[in-house]
Design a binder for this molecule. Structure first.
Ligand SMILES: Cc1cc2nc3c(=O)[nH]c(=O)nc-3n(C[C@H](O)[C@H](O)[C@H](O)COP(=O)(O)OP(=O)(O)OC[C@H]3O[C@@H](n4cnc5c(N)ncnc54)[C@H](O)[C@@H]3O)c2cc1C
Length: 297
């Protein structure tokens, strides 16, 4: 089985998600390069097992007791290599903390806004993550994917990115090339610290979470409405179901304040959706994705 590739059987998913909620999976595998991903896919096909792909689990709620297939974690695919004056190849599993620290050492600026997002590079690309007016799509030149059994380097300008989504649904992202700007190391570090501080002042970094629960309304056209403001105005901060609570620091975050379950999380999200709809007539759409609804690869 998955010869020579790190693999855990009947393994807990809890530690693969930043909200520390999760059931078990039949197999969790940790390939360390593209060749190992291909081997895992071939073996899973031979065994007729379903396959899901996971980055750092900072946007995924594990809402099933048991996933009877293979979860591929990209965590070990963490190469970061300078390939030109202002270009860097980044492996899908590189996390945004170490990516930002490495880029600052290289004297390459541009991505500072993402310092503090607990994501993998591949996950951020797949979701077209962003903050403080920037999105990852604006810094991408190439996205390397595995699609229909073939490795392809896609031009980022030809990929459809929109607010927190992309058309990379049928792809496994293996990595990508970032186009950045040379900048003084001290300047980059200062910007990173400023962004991190802003996050820590306004977001509940001291509790496990999945970041913003709901998407902004109107990002793809129209007036932008922030769900956190609506939730706050309804007085829902601090409301708790089981072990999951609406953060008192940022109403858009649901935090695991102790032994929370996926059921608690979903019940609280539903309560919020109902209250917002009753009061404002607006339908909230989840930004958080559910394991039970992930695309099989
Ligand atoms: C404290 C906190 C702060 C946050 N702040 C922000 C923020 O400022 N901006 C923002 O946009 N988000 C933010 N988030 C949410 C989250 O970090 C992003 O959505 C991020 O893009 C998810 O990356 P991930 O690697 O954790 O993805 P995961 O949760 O592991 O996966 C998310 C989705 O991407 C898919 N995926 C992951 N890797 C790959 C791959 N290699 N190939 C194909 N598909 C893949 C998965 O199948 C899944 O559908 C925050 C979350 C937390 C907990």
């Amino acid at each position: 089985m998955f010869d020579g590739i790190k693999c855990e059987k009947n393994a807990s998913l809890k530690d693969l998600s930043t909200i520390k909620i999760g059931g078990k999976a039949k197999y969790i595998v940790f390939p360390k390069d593209e060749a190992e991903i291909e081997m895992v896919l071939q073996e899973a096909k031979r065994l007729d097992e379903k396959v899901l792909i996971l980055g750092n689990g900072s946007n995924t709620l594990f809402d099933v007791e048991f996933f009877g297939g293979v979860v591929i974690s990209t965590r070990e695919i963490k190469e970061i290599e300078k390939i030109g004056k202002e270009k860097v190849f980044v492996g899908a599993g590189a996390n945004l903390f170490s990516l930002n620290l490495t880029l600052s050492q290289m004297g390459l600026g541009g991505l500072e806004w993402s310092y503090g997002i607990p994501a993998s590079f591949g996950g951020l690309v797949y979701m077209n993550g962003g903050a403080f007016g920037s999105e990852i799509k604006d810094f991408l030149e190439i996205v390397r994917v595995l699609r229909n059994g073939k490795i392809e380097d896609l031009k980022a300008s030809e990929i459809e990115f929109a607010y927190r989504t992309s058309n990379l649904k049928n792809c496994i992202i293996l990595g990508g090339v970032l186009a950045l700007k040379e900048e003084k190391i001290e300047k980059i570090k200062e910007k990173m610290q400023n962004y991190l501080q802003k996050r820590q002042l306004t977001q509940p970094y001291d509790f496990p979470s999945l970041g913003s629960t709901f998407k902004h309304i109107g990002e793809n056209g129209g007036e932008i409405i922030y769900p956190a403001k609506l939730i706050d105005s309804l007085g829902l901060k601090g409301v708790k179901i089981g072990g999951v609570e609406v953060s008192t620091k940022h109403a858009g975050f649901l935090i695991n304040s102790g032994n929370g379950s996926a059921e608690d999380y979903l019940s609280l999200a539903k309560l919020i959706e109902q209250k917002v709809y009753e009061r404002f007539g607006l339908k909230l759409e989840k930004e958080v994705v559910l394991l039970s609804e992930l695309e099989e690869k």
